[in-house]
Design a protein around this ligand. Structure first.
Ligand SMILES: Cc1cc2nc3c(=O)[nH]c(=O)nc-3n(C[C@H](O)[C@H](O)[C@H](O)COP(=O)(O)OP(=O)(O)OC[C@H]3O[C@@H](n4cnc5c(N)ncnc54)[C@H](O)[C@@H]3O)c2cc1C
Length: 600
């Protein structure tokens, strides 16, 4: 059975020594996030994840969710009590506004909690996780009345939220949505239609579920310009806040699926259910995007989380399992064989996993800080730059983070050999659970198109230019430090490949948009390498500073420096190959006629 221990030490290193959260003490909400409080939150969240959620991961997977004949859904044994404990400990309220009962702490802390919970039990973590997106949408676009009715309960996780976009004929292309919303003349709307694949659509964890639903008004324009967003509670809420009649929304079925069995993926039937408009009519997609962006970062964290959980178990197995001898001669001559750890190919996989997970954690937490800076930084210029970077990094964290997260889970399963394929050892669950993160919240190909098609061009390329400048400046500064010079040169080179690929798109995508489509995924991966490179530079620098200051935990900091070197030597060269793929253009990709894909 796999085990999980939250990487609290690493999270504390990123928050306190790399991001230096304490230096933002002048910003609202940060004044209370002193290092000792950060340490307590991180340690306690780690304990909760490891002690309460991780023990339910394999059992929840084996048991799955059950739809009962009356349409109710029973979650796996232990989930209900775990959710009550989660709520009691207020883990879901950390970075929500105090006005609605949140703790108004920096987003960085909310992100740490999200990683730990997802790593311990992704299927469970999705129930409160989706609620964060619903909260963001209501905060940004909900009327005062909607906010007052729903936000305090959602933030307290007393009720949980869902996100209803997908319909049987309509996934990526939301312009095809058919669910109808008819005004009832009393401020409410009757919602009718079928949504599929709705995570946490029905369950027994709370006595109300708040669905955020995309639907179309009777006279709405065609396509995405005619979509509106509605709040549809499972149980209607009376004027005094108490629960009233059951709404006409029900779970028609739960999907049988590859992973995250403990999370109920539901077909939801809306039969004239009462809904309330969020924001303006026909502007629902903009409102939903707020929710989706929050959710996309959460899904990126799932990639990191599954990779981390798999890595811990891959590393443990490599230390224990004995097969063969070290290429350089027996490492442990007293034993009949050496541990797997002596084999460079096994080490390669472990070092890939370590360089990815630690780099990705730093990137995600930096993004958490940027989210706060986008609202709270003292100058307009800083707020704008932070906002630009969050927009740019969101598809990278989601797309690159989950592609690599899955690849890492597969590598860690590989370390277990045939035993990794056997259910009771738990490694295959990491692979199955990690796989969905590449698909939902916009499949990764669509994330790549968002990056290349929208984010690069936005505001005349302001965001990507800001990233280029930031990376260049930090590389130039780091080159003056002998301990960082090699890594800085590698990262600068990868940044150069990203610049060249960007220029190539500028010159070649207007004439043939397929050139952008064919190069989007490689581009997203170069962007991921550069962003992680920047993080490794910062981490190596912080590690060097700690060692120079005589820190006692020398093994931790030395390992950071070695892993940073590994990242420079083994990740950044891929940027050049990826750029060459982009520059090959779309010709060969698109050359075959549709008939060539007919199969016998
Ligand atoms: C377990 C699970 C949970 C889910 N949870 C939710 C949920 O809570 N709420 C919700 O609303 N939905 C949910 N979904 C749905 C999920 O978000 C969609 O499956 C996803 O957005 C892709 O849509 P699709 O499956 O219809 O694929 P399609 O849109 O048919 O896409 C198929 C493939 O084509 C590619 N593609 C499509 N269009 C383009 C394009 N324009 N450019 C390039 N490539 C393109 C995609 O990248 C993808 O690889 C869930 C799905 C699953 C399996």
């Amino acid at each position: 059975m796999p085990s999980y221990k939250a990487p609290a030490r690493d999270a504390r290193f990123v928050i306190n020594e790399v991001l230096r959260l304490e230096s933002y003490g002048n910003l609202p909400g940060f004044e209370s996030a002193a290092a000792d409080l950060v340490d307590v939150v991180v340690e306690e969240a780690g304990k909760f994840a490891a002690e309460v959620l991780a023990p339910l991961n394999a059992s929840g997977d084996a048991q799955g969710c059950t739809r009962n004949p009356d349409g109710s859904v029973t979650t796996p044994e232990g989930f209900k009590a775990a959710h009550a404990a989660f709520r009691e400990a207020a883990w879901g309220t950390l970075s929500s506004p105090a006005e609605f009962g949140g703790q108004a702490l920096p987003h960085v802390l909310g992100f740490v909690v999200e990683e730990f919970m997802s790593a311990a039990n992704q299927a469970f973590a999705m129930y409160p996780g989706l609620t964060n997106g619903a909260v963001s949408a209501l905060l940004a676009k909900g009327s005062a009345e909607l906010q007052k009715t729903y936000l305090p309960k959602l933030i307290a996780n007393e009720w949980l939220g869902t996100m209803n976009l997908t319909e049987p004929h309509c996934g990526t292309d939301l312009g095809l949505i058919r669910t109808k919303a008819e005004p009832q003349g009393d401020g409410g709307y009757a919602i009718t239609g079928t949504k599929i694949f709705i995570s946490a659509g029905e369950h027994d964890l709370t006595d109300n579920i708040i669905h955020l639903v995309l639907a179309r008004l009777p006279d709405a324009p065609e396509g995405t310009k005619g979509i509106s967003l509605f709040v549809v509670p499972k149980v209607l809420v009376n004027a005094d806040g108490s629960l009233g009649a059951r709404n006409a929304v029900s779970c028609g079925a739960i999907e049988r699926k590859m992973g995250i069995h403990g999370n109920a993926t539901c077909v939801m039937n809306y039969d004239g259910a009462t809904g309330f408009l969020v924001g303006e009519e026909n502007k629902g997609l903009a409102a939903m995007f707020i929710m989706m962006n929050a959710a996309r970062l959460g899904v990126g964290m799932q990639g990191l989380a599954q990779a981390e959980a798999a890595y811990q178990n891959g590393a443990a197995y490599a230390r224990e399992r004995r097969q063969g001898r070290a290429l350089t001669g027996p490492a442990e001559p007293g034993e009949k064989a050496d541990p797997l750890l002596v084999h460079p190919d096994v080490r390669r996989m472990l070092m890939d996993a370590k360089a990815f997970t630690e780099g990705m954690r730093a990137l995600a937490l930096w993004c958490g800080l940027l989210i706060d800076l986008a609202h709270k930084a003292p100058s307009e210029e800083e707020r704008q730059q932070a906002d630009d970077l969050v927009g740019l990094l969101t598809p990278v964290i989601k797309g690159y983070g989950t592609d690599k997260g899955f690849a890492t889970a597969v590598d860690m399963q590989q370390i277990w050999g045939g035993h990794g394929y056997i259910v009771e050892n738990g490694m295959e669950q990491f692979v199955r659970d990690a796989r969905i993160a590449m698909i939902y919240e916009g499949a990764n190909g669509v994330q790549a198109m968002d990056l290349v098609g929208r984010k690069l061009a936005a505001n005349g390329g302001r965001a990507i230019q800001a990233l280029f400048a930031l990376v260049d400046a930090e590389c130039v500064a780091a080159k003056g430090d002998a301990a960082l010079a090699d890594l800085a040169a590698h990262v600068e080179k990868a940044n150069g490949e990203l610049k060249a690929a960007t220029l190539w798109f500028l010159q070649n995508a207007m004439a043939n948009p397929n050139n952008a489509g064919a190069g989007a995924t490689p581009y997203m991966h170069i962007a991921g390498i550069v962003a992680l490179g920047l993080m490794w530079l910062r981490m190596a620098k912080a590690a060097g500073a700690a060692l120079a200051a005589g820190a006692s935990d020398t093994a931790f900091y030395e390992a950071k420096r070695v892993t940073a070197r590994y990242f420079g030597e083994r990740f950044t060269p891929d940027a050049g190959a990826l750029r060459r793929k982009i520059e090959a253009g779309a010709d060969a990709v698109m050359a075959l006629p549709a008939e060539a894909f007919e199969t016998a």
